[in-house]
Each structure stands twice: as C-alpha cells, then as structure tokens.
Design a protein. Sequence first.
Length: 425
Amino acid sequence: MEQPEVEEPDTMEPTSAFPNIVFIIADDMGWDAFGNYAGINGTKANTPTLDSLAQDGITFTNFWVNPTCAPTRAAMLTGKYGFRTGIGGVQTSPAATLADNETILHDYINTNTNNEYATALIGKWHLSSARELNAPENFGVGFYSGIFRGSISDYFNWTETSDGTQQDISTYATTHLVNQSIDWIEEQTKPFFLWLAFNAPHTPFHRPPLDLITDQSLADNQAAITTNPMPYYLAAIEAMDKEIGRLIASMTDAQRANTIFIFVGDNGTPPQVAQAPYIENGTKSTLFQGGINTPLIVSGKNVTRKNITETALMQAPDIFATLADMAGTGSSTYQDGVSFKPLFTDENAGKRAFVYSEQFGNDLNDNDGYTIRNANYKLISLQNGTEYFYNLSTDPFEKINLLATSLSTEAQQHLDQLREMKESL
C-alpha cells in the first residue's frame, strides 16, 4: 500500500520509553469556539486548562478530521481513511460499524510493546451496533466505560455501557467520565494509555452544573436555550475544561511528569452555534474548513517546543501513527497515517505534503464527496459534481472558488497535482 508522501526530516528524535498518554476528544468543537487561530475572533469559551496546555506545548492549526464524529473516530482508531473502513458518515448500523477484523490503536500498542500499557477508552464509542455492547473490549481495549451510541438525550440522565452491560447514570456526563478516568488511573501500576472521549459540547444544549461554569446567571430552562443556544454551548466547553483540569490535578507529580496530553476536536462546530467565518459557507457535516479543520494541542512529556503554533499539515489517521510512535512501538507510519512526534522537539522535522478527508454514504446529502489539500491549495469534489478550489494561503476561509474563473498556470498545476494525489490513494 502506498504511503502518503512525506518530506524527509533533518533530524530524528530518539524514542522515549513508555510515557503515559492521555488523549482527549471534544465532540463538535471548532476553532470558532475555542483556541487561537489567525483571523478567527469569535466568542470563545472560557478554557484556562486547555490554554495552559497550549502555552506549555504546541497548537497545531492544520489538523484535518472528517465532517462528522464516527468517521473521525474510526480513522484515528485504525489509522485508515474512511473508504478503507467503510465508515464515511454517522448512519445507523451497519454503515457506521467498525468491522471485527480491524486492528485498533489500543490493541496495536500492546501487541507491539509486549503489553507495557494499561489501556482504557472512556466516553463515546459510536462505532458498533447496539447488539455488540462488548465491542470495545473485543477490539482489545483493556477497560471501556462510556456512551456507546453517538449522543445522549440528557447530560443528567443517560446510559453507561461497560463490559457488555448498561446502567442508568444521573451524574452530569462530563463529570462522570472524568470520575471514571480518575478512578482508573489511580488503579494503574504501569504506563497507561487513556482515550477520553467526551460527549461535550455536542447537543443537547444545556446548562452544566453551576460549580463548573463562570456565568452563574445562566437560566436553566428550555425556552432560554432554544432562543439562544450559544452561551450554553460555550458553557459545556467551559465545564469540560474545568473537569479536564480536575483530572490533571488528580494525578501524582510523577504521573504528570511522565504524561503526554493530546487534545483534539472530532469535527467542526454545529451550524446552530457556528460563528464567522465558518457560518458563511460550511460547518460540521461539510468538507469546508469549518467542518474538518479542528483544534489539536500536544503538551507534556517529551514536548520541548513551548507555546508554539505549528502549521504543518496533519490528518486524523496520523493520530494512530503518532500515539503508537509515542508508546514506543518502533513504528512511525501505519496505514494512511504518519507520526508527527518529531515535531514535538524539532521545528524542522519532516512534514506532510498533503492531507485528505471525505464524507460518504449519506442519503440525499449534497455534502458527500472528498477533499484534499497541499501546503497552499485545497480541492473539494462533491459526489453531485460540484467542485471548489481554493488557495488557502491567501483565502484561508474559502471565500473565492478559483474554478469560477480561468486558472493561473500555478493554480492549474496544483489542481492537477491534487487530482493525481487523490488517484494514488
């Protein structure tokens, strides 16, 4: 299988042995609601914990995911593009179901490190049918507890799945997932890999517990939420941030010193609460930047670059390769993924030549198709025949479709190259 083209790095970082890995996913959170991205000045959530991680590490601003959650999770867990796993949307089973023969990251790490790691997946799964409640454990996750389906109807009254059984939970979902994470970490006597997948700030919009948010005057009634969901969306992010801080504070000094923290968004902001510039052309469920370009922060053990904004291209399958590399598996590439671990210490490390994303399998969805970009240019090709072509170096928020006029020689060359790259996958 042909690997993605990668420029050769000038130097290589030596592998560090068995750091703890805490990988955190926010559900439906784009750059408009969080973080520092040039040209985006929307109303941001209050996130001191994540801001601190960014100041002590690296913010990657060109991380591509899929437009919706299940394909992104499948890509990160398997290291494969959706057209290889068959998961391209959030449809019901079997369309968004991970095949039994797939190797997921947790199993790969332990197979290739002689079981050096305790592994857990706490939170949202969303990759198996309701008849396969043991699916995470059967794929090789050491401990699973969380939200088996794609969402919950009530953050204060929801169903937890673990070890093939289910029970009703009345604790605020974000808090409960952190409680589970803290309890699990306290039990570990060897390096651990925690995949913590929050449902927040995904709908339903709601008021979190008041001790987790700054705005004590926020009304707790559906009429207020329906009228203006934005402050509730931001409050869910703030509550998640505070609970992440509690998780970090619960760790011992030795654990924290040996832990790498990675934080990502699984897709862009939903349209009900999206802000400029994304609301103008595409948010969650689209292949525009507002749907697929999400925050990525890395901080902690072995991350020597501090308070850095890194513009290198990276994509969801790279998460598999990077975390496997961090865990000492001896591999820096896997399937469609390439490790970006060298960038933790070396700004001149090799960088991707292109990234790719896609969406498919949705009935009557004019947003289905694929997108591919290199350092400057991006092509979106939809299944309905519509295409868009942008120079992101001068038009980062996709306002000018270059295909509406005659292309310059340079633009035509890049368009041809992007089409060739797509055909090579």
